[in-house]
Write a protein that binds this ligand. Structure first.
Ligand code: TK8
Length: 334
């Protein structure tokens, strides 16, 4: 009996510690948008965030999730956040380059060798510095999720070497780094919002696209693409953001609760991504995609082919920023 009372007391104290000011937290509705389908890494991560935030605020903060770009493309949502018309989103960093050019660093091909390097740099001081730059554009950068290593799909041929890209009409993200790199190696790059990609592939307005295998599965690109080439040419993060107009209305406890749920969603989503990749490949093969690896020698030739293009791209981003990034990566590799 006594033990039960004590443990109840302990539980109550623990609960109070977990919900420091739940009583004072104001009720809020948070519209949270994302571009992929509901059954995707983004959908599962968004729902995890919603659950964690409900727990942390005693159900005061209700997150309404909107998938499949129903609130607009990544770029439209960024604008809605900046204008105060939408509270939160998760999406590409590539479409932020027009606002903060330094975000172009995450589009540099072959920057990271593995997820461990990516996590350390994104979650470290360099990644944080970029998040902080968004405030002057009325956006609050909270955390990075994993989009993943990008691979090529198309209807023409397997990509085994850089030469195989010649003449392929390839959808790229709306961003100068992707345009310069893919045009530079001989593809015919077409910048397009992700929300328009499936129909562009279906109507053969473009021959191919590039994204992680998890997205190729969740967006059903296997229905309209034959070849999947595991080029792993760039590691893409996603970024979870809040509207600054919305953020500025929150008190410190509310901000802390959102931040805590955001970090939890980051860990959840990265784990999901890493566990899903192998399964996606098995699935895509079962759907008839023809999958090829790219040899180490041909990957080296791809690196060499993009090198001169990258020299220009890096100068555009800024030499000081690139030096800082290189130092961070060197630290992680040591
Ligand atoms: C989803 C996009 C997608 C990205 C792209 O909205 O545009 O190709 O990789 O994940 O953000």
């Amino acid at each position: 009996m006594k033990r039960t009372i004590i443990s109840l007391g302990v539980a109550a104290v623990a609960l109070m510690a977990a919900l420091p000011a739940a009583a004072e937290i104001k009720p809020r509705i948070i519209r949270f948008g994302y571009g992929l389908n509901e059954d995707s890494l983004q959908g599962r991560g968004a729902r995890h965030f919603a659950e964690e935030l409900a727990k942390a605020t005693g159900d005061k903060h209700k997150v309404r999730t909107f998938g499949a770009a129903t609130l607009g493309s990544d770029m439209q949502m960024q604008n809605a956040l900046a204008g105060g018309a939408q509270e939160m989103m998760v999406g590409s960093t590539a479409t932020l380059v027009g606002l903060v050019k330094e975000f172009g660093v995450w589009d540099l091909p072959f920057l990271f060798n593995n997820e461990k390097e990516a996590d350390a740099v994104l979650d470290g001081p360099f990644g944080q510095k970029l998040l902080d730059k968004l405030a002057e554009k009325d956006l609050i950068g909270l955390v990075y999720w994993e989009n993943g290593f990008r691979n090529m799909t198309n209807t023409k041929r397997p990509i085994n070497s850089v030469e195989d890209l010649k003449g392929i009409k390839l959808r790229v993200m709306q961003n100068p780094v992707f345009l310069d790199v893919f045009n530079g190696v001989g593809a015919n790059a077409v910048p397009l919002a992700f929300s328009e990609l499936f129909s562009a592939l279906e109507t053969k307005a473009v021959d191919g696209q590039e994204n992680p295998v998890t997205t190729i599965e969740s967006s059903k690109f296997y229905e309209v693409q034959k070849y999947l080439s595991l080029t792993k040419h760039v590691y893409s993060p996603w970024i979870m953001m809040a509207s600054k107009t919305f953020w500025d209305k929150l008190d410190a406890d509310e901000k802390a609760a959102i931040m805590k749920a955001a970090v939890s969603s980051r860990e959840f989503e990265r784990k999901d991504s890493r566990e899903s990749t192998e399964k996606s490949m098995v699935f895509l093969k079962s759907k008839g995609m023809q999958i090829n690896e790219v040899s180490a020698a041909e990957t080296d030739r791809m690196r060499a082919a993009v090198k001169p293009i990258l020299d220009k791209v890096k100068a555009d981003i800024g030499a000081a920023t690139i030096a800082e990034l290189d130092a961070e990566i060197a630290k992680v590799r040591k």
